[in-house]
Each structure stands twice: as structure tokens, then as C-alpha cells.
Design a protein around this ligand. Structure first.
Ligand SMILES: [Cu+2]
Length: 159
């Protein structure tokens, strides 16, 4: 197959090949057409995988209904006070572009550094009110209130 010396020449002969319907160049035209459509398929596949790649993290970060999410954003824990039941899962999600920690006063829990975009999970075992903060930014304060599960439900759950 003949290779065109410049992109412009290549485009011009491609356009001519499409416009005309000559017989003499049909072999050349056929191979060019195959190459171009092959390239198109690659680009299309790449586009598809990009779309799929964007969709996947959104699905992965969507928390199940029984997980309580605390968002860390703008140097704040949101909500500032969260009430959960003992045994339920709490998830901190760091949306700031730098790390934070979720560290309980008295050491009941400590996330260590949660990277930007990262999460940390904690399942409080017993009832109580826990003040916590970020070790890196002392102004960041919040509370986690842990209640005992209702007596009826506790009877249903295995010990
Ligand atoms: Cu912080």
C-alpha cells in the first residue's frame, strides 16, 4: 500500500476515493477504508471504556441504606452531630483535597489519615456520646451519638 507523504495529501486522496467510483484504485481504496474504519472502532471502544470508567466509581461510593455517612468537606464534618444505633456502620467520606482524621476523644476510635477522596468505616459497639475531631485540624469538631438498639430488635439479633 502506498503511504501518502503528508496528512493533507492523505485526506485529499481519501476524499477523492469517496467521491469517485473508479475501478483502477479500488484495491488501494479498499485497504484505506478498512484502516480508517478500524481506527474508528478503536476510538469508539476507548470512548465506551471511558464512560464505563466514569460510571463505576459513582456506583461503588453509593452507600447502602444501613450505612450512616459523614462527609468531610470544607474543613467540616457533616452532619456536626450524628445519632446512630450501636452496631450500625458509620462511614466518613473525605471530599477535601487533603487528608483528615476522625479521632474520638479518649481513643474510642481513630481513623488515622483519611486521604483525599478516601473513606473510613467504624461500627460503634456500645452506646454513648463520643466527641471527635481531626488531629490535623484542631478546629474540626463533631459528635457521634450512639444509642442502644431498641429492646425488641436486640432480642431478634444473635448475640
Ligand atoms: Cu482535618
Amino acid at each position: 500500500m502506498r503511504i501518502s507523504s503528508t496528512p493533507g495529501a492523505c485526506r485529499a486522496s481519501w476524499n477523492r476515493a469517496v467521491a469517485e467510483d473508479g475501478v483502477s484504485e479500488s484495491a488501494v481504496r479498499g485497504s484505506r477504508r478498512a484502516t480508517l474504519s478500524g481506527l474508528g472502532a478503536v476510538v469508539f471502544a476507548a470512548t465506551l471504556s471511558t464512560v464505563a470508567g466514569r460510571g463505576a466509581p459513582a456506583r461503588a461510593s453509593a452507600a447502602p441504606a444501613n450505612v450512616h455517612v459523614i462527609t468531610i468537606e470544607g474543613m467540616q464534618f457533616r452532619p456536626q452531630a450524628l445519632t446512630v444505633e450501636a452496631g450500625q456502620q458509620v462511614r466518613w467520606v473525605n471530599k477535601d483535597p487533603f487528608p483528615h482524621t476522625a479521632t474520638a476523644d479518649g481513643g474510642a476510635f481513630d481513623s488515622r489519615e483519611i486521604a483525599s477522596g478516601g473513606t473510613w468505616n467504624y461500627r460503634p459497639a456500645r452506646a454513648g456520646e463520643l466527641g471527635y475531631g481531626c488531629r490535623l485540624h484542631p478546629t474540626m469538631r463533631a459528635r457521634l451519638i450512639v444509642q442502644a438498639p431498641p429492646r425488641s430488635r436486640r432480642a431478634d439479633e444473635p448475640a
